[in-house]
Design a protein around this ligand. Sequence first.
Ligand SMILES: NC(=O)c1ccc[n+]([C@@H]2O[C@H](COP(=O)([O-])OP(=O)(O)OC[C@H]3O[C@@H](n4cnc5c(N)ncnc54)[C@H](OP(=O)(O)O)[C@@H]3O)[C@@H](O)[C@H]2O)c1
Length: 336
Amino acid sequence: MTATSKFSSAGGGQAASDVLLLGAAGNSGQLIAAELAARGLSMRLAGRRRGPLEDLAVALAATGAKADVRAVDAGDRESLAEAVAGAGVVLSTAGPFARQAGPVIDACLAAGVPYVDIANEWAAVRGLLDRDEDARARGVALVTGAGFGPAATEALVLRLVERTGAVPARVRVAAAAAVARHSDGVRQTIQESLPQGALTYRDGQLVSEALGSGATVLTFGGAQRQLLPGPVGDLETARLASGAASVVAYISNPAAHPGGTDSWTWAEVTGPDGRVACAELQTGDGVLATAAIAAETTARVLAGAAPGAWTPGALFGAGLVTDATGARVTMNGQPA
Ligand SMILES: NC(=O)c1ccc[n+]([C@@H]2O[C@H](COP(=O)([O-])OP(=O)(O)OC[C@H]3O[C@@H](n4cnc5c(N)ncnc54)[C@H](OP(=O)(O)O)[C@@H]3O)[C@@H](O)[C@H]2O)c1
């Protein structure tokens, strides 16, 4: 899909670039830059270190993409404000988001520029959604979780709830991403979020237990998987997408990977009558899927999105993830 560069900045003038891509030279940032370029969007590549950003700008220019470079530290209010003011939309990959997203969101709200991120920590997803009132008051769209996690489980929950037509009593979701490369950003994010332990919703209440509580084994994507309830954004998006009072979001037990090159998500809804329905989603590398989902979400936000704080599925529906990635979905074992 090709989006047109027609965005005007909050000041009414033409934006300097369609997208301020924060964390552009990172593992997910580079793949996202390629996806944005494929959609015809101009970019300002941002991060703390100039060298890797300049290398990326040269590589993108060779493909005909429009990209310039700006050294920005998400922790430095002044440089952030200057960079954000010239953008049509900000897309941030600068995690851990629970620690780093706040000032970026503040700068976007102050400048009236929409914001998208690829957070998958429960605290970061919940934190952005809590800014809904601010976002509406300032007429700005904020979107969190525009990556494989949690958008790919959210898409399944939305489909299941639409098919069953009732608010489920319980929802469980799980994600098993296959990735070619592990980055410092992901390692740091896991390290900082796991101490929150096993978060779940029970009867509408957020419950926190020691990591490992509620561990289980599920079979999906043709493999048996050891899973743990985790402090991930999927917990919040599954709750919002379903209205269920009891929700569990599982992560793979880091010590027990079944291998393979495909990424899978799984969702199960239990209706008020006890009936159970399941769905699975299959795609390739998890970071490639994240790049496609983030770029597609960003292009759609740039084209115009309602003010407020959103998850990708709440804003663009269950089809966003499959449109962006070409992922295959089955419901109760049948192609959907
Ligand atoms: N939702 C999903 O499915 C999904 C998928 C992949 C990744 N993620 C998340 O996305 C984040 C990034 O992952 P990654 O693999 O891309 O990590 P990465 O390869 O380490 O890249 C992170 C990038 O962010 C930049 N950065 C970090 N702190 C910054 C700051 N204060 N100001 C400006 N730029 C900053 C870094 O550049 P400098 O050091 O030069 O500043 C780096 O280029 C992590 O939190 C990860 O968990 C989510």
